[in-house]
Design a protein around this ligand. Structure first.
Ligand SMILES: [Zn+2]
Length: 183
């Protein structure tokens, strides 16, 4: 396993649609090592999600910590991998909450997201998965899925006036126990 450099806004990998992974390639060393490295890089950077495009690999792969809707127990949150995913919103009013991005360091902003989504894809063993994610997990999934389509959280913000540097965000914009979804 290795920590890979995270590309930052301006790198074309963040603005290009990612390609599908051939299912027969999932068990191979290239994809398995990529997934291990994504988890290690995510943990090292203090994020809750990371897409392959963020380490410059143009494939439809992302990993995340499935933090429960009430944001408890990050340490115990299951680690999930999604390959070639599809994400579809479940009907419901958009909710605004704080996000940041490991590819856009040191900024936080309020982003509207669907409160729940249905997810389909393959896991790291190449098995089909289908489930519903809600709340904080749904937010992380939508953020990472956007990365596979060349979209970043700034594109989703309705009002850029909430955009803050992390230090100022902690001092002026949020309660001390608040956390942003950074992926
Ligand atoms: Zn991101």
């Amino acid at each position: 396993m290795a920590i890979r450099p995270i590309v930052r806004l301006g790198h074309p990998a963040l603005r290009s649609p990612a390609g599908a992974v051939r299912p027969e390639a999932i068990s191979g060393a290239e994809i398995q090592t990529l997934i291990d490295d994504l988890f290690e890089t995510m943990a090292d950077a203090g994020g809750v999600g990371l897409a392959a495009v963020q380490v410059g690999v143009p494939l439809q792969v992302f990993v995340y910590a499935a933090v429960d809707p009430d944001r408890r127990s990050l340490a115990e949150a299951p680690r999930k991998t999604l390959i070639n995913p599809m994400v579809e919103p479940v009907a419901g009013e958009l909710e605004h909450d704080w996000e940041g991005c490991l590819s856009i360091p040191d900024l936080r902003g309020l982003v509207p997201r669907h409160p729940a989504v249905r997810v389909w894809g393959l896991d790291r063993d190449g098995r089909s998965v289908a489930y519903r994610a809600e709340g904080y997990e749904a937010r992380i999934v939508q953020h990472e899925f956007d990365h596979l389509n060349g979209v970043v959280f700034l594109d989703r913000m309705r009002d850029l006036r909430s955009l803050s540097f992390t230090g100022e965000w902690e001092e002026f914009m949020t309660e001390s126990d608040d956390d942003a979804a950074v992926g």
